[in-house]
Design a protein around this ligand. Structure first.
Ligand SMILES: *Cc1c(COP(=O)(O)O)cnc(C)c1O
Length: 368
């Protein structure tokens, strides 16, 4: 029998979450972000659940090709844009739209004006502004010239009206007014520069959930599509459903006496006589090795604490004295019973990282 670990991927949860997000901003265009193979869920596995999105966004050209092969015929946006003329040709062939975020990308694009003029697919260009995140985008001094250049290029090449875009640094903040760079400030910087006939594309998941008034005409939810949280509240508070459940089984039970230890480095010591459950899941499956003792694990309906270091293929939990759990008992590492955000916060990270880190050796099944 193969190891019992499995990731269950639920396209219906994806669909449900997209509907939830669309209801929050009924007039916005909802572009679901599916970079990193759909945040680790697998594009092919979640594909049926994406149907209600108005468009999709990612970075990887080969994945854009996969979406087209799967039958996606609505827009696809390349979030980091095209870096050379070969990228542009591929993006055109795949019917993609793309971001232009710096002078180099703009120069490459301008050099291909003749090609754009005759292109069958007319891409919408998303001009990205740096409004305070200081990651990608034209800064406020460069913006007016870049906007003019893109406007002119789009007009000459017969492309649709461009879109002005930026990315929030703190839309997930508990106190939206008091972060170093607030969503309101970023929104105002963008709106101040935006030509009236261009649309504004700002909101990530956190903005849609916390401050939709600054999310713009086109929104780009990622993590919320997969049912994990990005803000001060739990995903369930926002009515989101987990799209991934990482499950396994107890494969052995050890009785330990008070004072005995479990695992490498003997990090965990029994404070009383108890039973240790050994679970078929380790860091080679993508469970974080730095998970501390006490990190919750769902075992047959009950949360029990991690006890001892996570090893490559296994982990150990304290089932408690008198536990009747036996090998074969169902375990959920995260998912519908145990939010991935709870594991992430115990481990000092975010759900995004855990979802993306499930390793290829974990078999994935469709379902919940
Ligand atoms: C990843 C990404 C998003 C989605 O962010 P979430 O926090 O997952 O909603 C939106 N916009 C850009 C540019 C991104 O890179």
């Amino acid at each position: 029998m193969p190891r019992p670990i499995r990731a269950y991927i639920d396209p219906q949860a994806v669909s449900f979450n997209i509907e939830n997000l669309k209801k929050r901003m009924p007039t916005a265009h909802c572009m679901a972000v599916v970079k990193a193979d759909g945040y680790g869920h697998g594009l092919a596995r979640i594909f049926s659940g994406l149907a209600k999105a108005d468009s999709l966004a990612l970075l990887e050209l080969d994945r854009a090709a996969q979406l087209r092969e799967l039958g996606w015929d609505k827009p696809i946006l390349l979030l980091e844009g095209c870096f050379d003329s070969a990228d542009i040709e591929q993006a055109l062939a795949l019917n993609c739209d793309w971001v232009v975020h710096d002078a180099h990308q703009l120069a490459v694009l301008s050099g291909l004006l003749t090609k754009l003029k005759v292109a069958k697919h007319k891409p919408t260009l998303y001009l990205k502004l740096n409004t305070g995140m200081n990651r990608l985008g034209f800064d406020e001094a460069q913006a007016p010239a870049a906007i003019q250049a893109i406007e002119e290029l789009s007009r000459v090449a017969g492309l649709p009206t461009p879109v002005l875009m930026t990315h929030f640094a703190n839309a997930d903040a508990q106190d939206l007014q008091n972060s170093a760079v607030t969503p309101a400030q970023q929104y105002e910087r963008l709106m101040h520069l935006k030509p009236a006939h261009w649309k504004a594309c700002l909101g990530n998941s956190a903005a849609i959930l916390n401050c939709p008034q600054w999310a713009g005409d086109i929104v780009r939810p990622g993590i919320a599509v997969y049912g994990a949280s990005c803000g001060p509240q739990a995903a369930s508070q926002y009515g989101l459903h987990a799209a991934m459940s990482l499950r396994s089984e107890v494969i052995a039970v050890q009785s330990v006496q008070k004072g005995q230890f479990a695992g490498y480095g003997s990090r965990w010591q029994a404070q009383q006589d108890t039973l240790i459950g050994v679970i078929a899941c380790g860091y080679a499956d993508g469970y974080p090795r730095h998970a501390p003792d006490g990190t919750p694990v769902w075992v047959q309906g009950k949360l029990v604490p991690l006890a001892g270091r996570v090893s490559m293929d296994m982990m150990t939990v304290d089932l408690g004295p008198g536990s009747t759990i036996e090998p074969g008992a169902d375990v959920e590492l995260w998912g519908t019973h145990l939010p991935v955000d709870d594991i992430a916060s115990a481990c000092g990270t975010i759900g995004y990282e855990l979802l993306c880190a499930v390793t290829p050796r974990v078999p994935c099944l469709i379902g919940n």
